[in-house]
Structures are given as C-alpha cells and as structure tokens.
Ligand binder design. Structure first.
Ligand code: ADP
Ligand code: MG
Length: 237
C-alpha cells in the first residue's frame, strides 16, 4: 500500500538546511496497523506528512497504492488524498462554528455531494463512532474524546484506504486514549490501513507493528514484539 525507498527530506530556513529524513526505507502493507515512535524532532510528523501528500520529499521514491508520487501538483495530490487517505490530528482540526454532522460531512462538500446526501451519510458515520445524539452540537460542547471520535468519523467518510493519525491521543487522558485506540482497532479490522504517530508506549502496543525513528532514520521495526527488519542496517555498511 505504501512503499518508501531511500526517502530524504530537508527544510531550509534562511541559509541553514536541516536534514530531517536521511534515507527512509519502509513498506506498509494493506490492512496493517502501525505505530511510528521516536523522540520529539525525530521526523515523525515530517514522515507522516510526506506519506499523506501534505509535504513533498526531496529524494527517493514514494509509491502510494502503486502510484509513483513525484513532481505532483497540488490538484493531483488533492485528488489522491481524497481517494486514498484520511487524517486525524492531535488538535482535532474541527471547524468551531460547524456542528458535529457538518464537520463530518465536510470532505463530501469538497467532493460536490449535495447537502442532504452528505448529511445523511455523515449521520451514519456519527452513529458508527457513537455520536449520533451529538449531531447538532458544536465542537466546544464536546469532550476531548468525543471531538477525536468526530475527527475520526470525518476521516472515514471519504472511504479511505489509509488513515494517518499524528499523535491522536496526545491531548487525551489515558482512559479516553484507550477508547480512541479501541475505535482505531475496530477501523483497522474493517480493512483500513492505519499509521499512528505516538510517543506513548501503551498506545504503540495497541498496534501490530512499532517503527522507531532516530535521527532521521528507522532505528527499529518490530512486529508482535520481535525485530522484523533493521531497515537501515544495510545502508549503514
Ligand atoms: P516530530 O514530529 O518527530 O517531533 P517533525 O517531523 O515535526 O518531528 O520535525 C523534525 C524536525 O524538522 C524538527 O527539528 C523541526 O523543527 C523541523 N521542521 C519540521 N517542519 C519544518 C518546517 N516546515 N520548516 C522548518 N523546519 C521544520
Ligand atoms: Mg510531530
């Protein structure tokens, strides 16, 4: 589903260049549920943003569902995002003046679906995340966990193959975090590939595979508690 070969990314600030990703090799198969860990500044969000076509890499090859992602303009990137990807962020990114059902329906608005139809579909997704009674409430009337469930419903409405979540439990207490992870597990069981950035061990252990970034490279890649591949070992020689 996702294949990264020797991905590099640098950021330029003034005269300085910061080499953030230094040759990432990674393959994520359809149906996997993966955690990406690593200390602050290790490049987790950068990696997720590249996978999510929200940022572009400088070097290397990225294939999303067999499509080579290279030199793509924003229109094409937006099309692929709509077709394949859903996003969940730590800060929820809900629209404060729109109610729950309108927030969930938003991706369909951008796809030109009529108001009546998109709200009907949005109600089904609200139901799926247990928020049907909250349909006409504004985000600030919801708890943190409810807001994240709402954001998850919004990420699902475009029928994505992959959901990318950047520290989705970062603003939640541990009980609520665990509930959000249960929902992600349910979503994964329905066949959707999930990549979740987290710095919390107990969150990472709710996935099937843990990838640790260190200094712009994949340090370890564990599956079911065993080392699967030392991805960059080959390149270190
Ligand atoms: P993480 O998510 O692991 O904390 P990031 O991927 O956000 O790390 O950032 C990696 C490094 O790149 C950090 O040092 C950060 O300051 C820097 N960085 C991230 N985004 C930008 C940007 N748009 N411009 C300049 N530097 C950036
Ligand atoms: Mg980050």
């Amino acid at each position: 589903m996702i294949k990264l070969n020797n991905i590099h990314k640098s950021y330029q600030t003034g005269n300085n260049s910061l080499h953030v990703l230094k040759g990432i090799n990674l393959e994520v198969n359809a149906g996997e549920m993966v955690a990406v860990m690593g200390s602050s500044g290790s490049g987790k969000s950068t990696l997720l943003n590249i996978i999510g076509l929200l940022d572009v890499h400088d070097q290397g090859d990225y294939y999303l569902d067999g499509n080579l992602i290279k030199g793509m303009n924003e229109t094409k990137a937006a099309l692929l995002r709509n077709k394949f990807l859903g996003f969940v962020f730590q800060s929820f990114n809900l629209i404060s003046f729109k109610n729950a059902v309108e927030n969930v329906a938003l991706p369909l608005y951008y796809q030109g679906v009529s108001r009546r139809k998109r709200n009907k579909i949005a109600m089904e997704y609200l139901d799926r995340v247990g928020l049907l009674p909250w349909a006409d409430h504004l985000p600030n009337e919801l708890s943190g966990g409810q807001k994240q469930r709402l954001a998850i419903a919004r990420s699902l409405i475009g029928n994505p193959k992959v959901i990318l979540a950047d520290e989705p439990t970062g603003a939640l207490d541990s009980v609520t975090s665990s509930e959000v992870m249960d929902l992600f597990q349910e979503i994964n069981q329905s066949g959707i590939t999930l990549i979740i950035v987290t710095h919390e061990n107990d969150i990472a252990h709710k996935t099937q595979r843990i990838i640790k970034l260190h200094d712009g490279l994949i340090d370890t890649d564990h599956k079911n508690g065993r080392t699967k591949i030392e991805t960059n070992a080959v390149f270190a020689i």
